[in-house]
Design a protein around this ligand. Structure first.
Ligand code: ZN
Ligand code: ZN
Ligand code: ZN
Length: 232
């Protein structure tokens, strides 16, 4: 069953409902659950009636001062968050849009991509776990299987074949001590990479320099594979 049939919401309201649920999901990640703050946040986001609409649809309920997502609210909020954050990754890593263009476009895409397309995007991107802002992408069913028929376009460096080339898409090394050294060495989004060997260390050419990397670091550098290797 598609999620559109599962949560019958009039189409005029669907986008606002999804925006509001996405906002509540994000606020909950930040630890914010009190009703007054969340009503204010929805108001500030241009949806003064958003909260009452969610209550009316049975997506949230209030318990003393706290806002709780109901099970259907939780499911839809998780789903729209997943779609938004995958869209951000797609626009950033594959289409290489400017940061300023990513957010508004992802915010439109999140409401339009079907569950099937969402899975395809996730698979093509190698089941990413974080959006470009560093927020967790809720995993889908495809992330557990990881064996889809589509071969990913964006893969960890550690999964390239020897001799394969690509470009750095992003580094999943937030707060990692190696991050600054790698950036200083030119391991930055867009830099061309070529994998020379994988044992005893990963030896890669990045731009002009040749680097040896531990496999734990190579697993956190995500690379957009070169055109010719995508089809394999
Ligand atoms: Zn949106
Ligand atoms: Zn994001
Ligand atoms: Zn996935």
């Amino acid at each position: 069953m598609t999620e559109r049939q599962k949560f019958p919401i009039p189409s005029a309201e669907r986008e606002d409902v999804e925006e509001a649920l996405g906002l509540l999901w994000y606020q909950r990640e930040l630890g914010v659950t009190d009703g007054a703050t969340l009503r204010g946040a929805l108001h500030a986001a241009g949806s003064p009636e958003g909260f009452d609409r969610l209550v009316r649809h049975g997506f949230v309920r209030e318990e003393s001062d706290h806002v709780l997502l109901t099970s259907s609210g939780d499911e839809l909020a998780r789903d729209v968050t997943r779609r938004l954050r995958l869209a951000e990754r797609l626009l950033t890593d594959v289409l290489s849009l400017d940061r300023s263009a990513v957010d508004p476009n992802a915010c439109v895409l999140e409401h339009t991509i079907s569950p099937e397309v969402t899975e395809s995007i996730c698979t093509l991107l190698g089941h990413p776990v974080e959006c470009p802002h560093g927020h967790t992408i809720p995993p889908g069913e495809c992330c557990g299987r990881k064996d889809g028929r589509l071969s990913p376009i964006v893969v960890p460096l550690s999964r390239l074949a020897v001799g394969e080339s690509g470009r750095v898409a992003y580094l999943q090394l937030k707060d990692h001590p190696e991050l600054h050294r790698l950036l200083a060495l030119g391991v930055i989004p867009g830099a061309p990479v070529h994998l020379h060997q994988t044992f005893p260390a990963f030896v890669v050419e990045v731009g002009e320099s040749q680097l040896a990397l531990e496999s734990s670091i190579a697993a956190r550098i995500f690379v957009r594979r070169a055109e010719e290797s995508k089809i394999s």
